[in-house]
Design a protein around this ligand. Structure first.
Ligand code: GLA
Length: 398
């Protein structure tokens, strides 16, 4: 290449990289919704190095890793104080963060950490306000791969809280994470304030919480999960709506109700972040968390978030369009659909599939995903029996 041509090529590359938007750079990560585990739902503030190691080992040995769970995320309560140079240190429950991340990496997993754009975290530990670049560098040096950045006390310093102030605070952390040169999945949490789904992606975030915390209670989980209707156009590869973590296995709901959370989260293309004690799961809980056919719906490469297409009283039908080239033998041509059939009522119901509302005509091949059973060809009006608070998941294809 002549010098003038090579300098032209160099100029083009420079201009293109300057033009690269946060969206373009971010899109290389989290092409499908992130899958992993987080300490908060089960362990709250009682989290330490041995607990995190044990959860990581259980993720690997239980088979969860094999179906796609990857991130072991430390939530709030790991933080200590800052040293005389302002560098954040872990508290005494985490004596050696670099050794901990190395251990998790040695299992073939990745590891996440937590901070706040405010001066303190929600549990009262120190946050990253005023130390953003320094903290990003520390997290990178320790070997973390994922940051959850939780608004908490940030309203005390970003006053009055406006969309612009929130975008500024979240974009700042994105930029300093990028500057470390280490890839971080970037998860932002401000509980869905200021319609975050409209601007979350512009900060560089890969996922943004759309709601308050999901409690281990059917009615609260259902209110948040079914309340995601309308947000589907904002999600896609690299950038996801996050209706909060799974409560599956934490004991406050029945396994039928946990199956409903799992089904709905997969139809929603939600991040699948388990929140139970992975070292003490029953086989039934593991089967709910790690069903490969149901997870394939969540992880479908098109990255289309599902939507409600029919409702009658407590009964709802949601559909999610799937790729015809993915792991879906039922679908060699369009349409290829995942269908979630939900019964929010207490008694069992026989729910008819209205093909018109699903957008299909004629007969279609169906598979029951939880039962792992082919149903053969089905027609308009095919009924599905769903127990109270339960869900069925079908795949329909031609
Ligand atoms: C907030 C978040 C939770 C969790 C706690 C930790 O409530 O929404 O997910 O991170 O803070 O204090």
């Amino acid at each position: 290449m002549t010098p003038s041509r090579s300098s032209f090529v160099f100029w083009c590359i420079s201009v293109l990289s300057l033009l690269a938007s946060p969206t373009a750079m971010r899109a290389q990560l989290a092409q499908t919704p992130p899958m992993g585990w987080n300490s908060w739902n089960h362990f709250r503030t009682a989290v330490d190095d041995p607990t995190i190691r044990a959860q990581a080992a259980a993720m690997a040995s239980s088979g969860m890793q094999n179906v796609g769970y990857t991130y072991i995320n430390i939530d709030d309560s790991w933080q200590g104080t800052r040293d005389s140079n302002g560098n954040i240190q872990a508290n005494s429950r985490f004596p050696d963060m670099a050794a901990l991340t190395a251990y998790v990496h040695s299992l073939g997993l990745k590891i996440g950490i937590y901070s706040s754009p405010g001066p303190t975290s929600c549990a009262g530990y120190i946050g990253s306000y005023g130390h953003e670049a320094q903290d990003a560098q520390t997290f990178a040096t320790w070997g973390f791969d994922y940051l959850k950045y939780d608004w908490c006390s940030a309203g005390q310093v970003y006053k009055p809280v406006t969309v612009q102030k929130m975008i500024g605070a979240y974009s700042l952390m994105y930029k300093v994470l990028q500057a470390t040169g280490r890839p971080f999945v970037y998860s932002i949490d401000e509980y869905g304030m200021q319609s975050v789904w409209q601007w979350g992606a512009s900060t560089g975030a890969n996922l943004w919480r759309t709601s308050q915390d999901v409690k281990d209670d059917f009615y609260e989980m259902a209110e948040i999960g079914f309340g995601q209707m309308g947000l589907q156009s904002y999600a896609g590869p690299g950038a996801w709506n996050d209706p909060d973590m799974l409560q599956v296995g934490n004991g406050g709901m029945t396994n039928v109700e946990y199956q409903t959370q799992m089904s709905l989260w997969c139809i929603l293309s939600a991040p699948l972040i388990a929140g139970n004690d992975l070292t003490a799961m029953t086989p039934a809980v593991l089967a709910l968390l790690a069903d490969p056919e149901v997870i394939a719906v969540d992880q479908d490469s098109l990255g289309v978030q599902g939507k409600r297409v029919w409702e009658q009283g407590p009964l709802e039908i949601w559909i999610k369009k799937l790729s015809t080239t993915g792991p879906h033998p039922e679908c060699s041509s369009s349409p290829c659909l995942a269908v979630g059939v939900f019964n929010r009522g207490l008694g069992a119901e026989s729910i008819p599939l209205n093909f018109q509302s699903i957008g299909i005509s004629g007969e279609i091949t169906a598979r029951d995903l939880w039962a792992h059973k082919n149903l053969g060809l089905i027609k308009n009006g095919h009924t599905i029996n769903v127990t109270g608070h339960g869900a069925a998941m079908l795949k329909l294809g031609k």
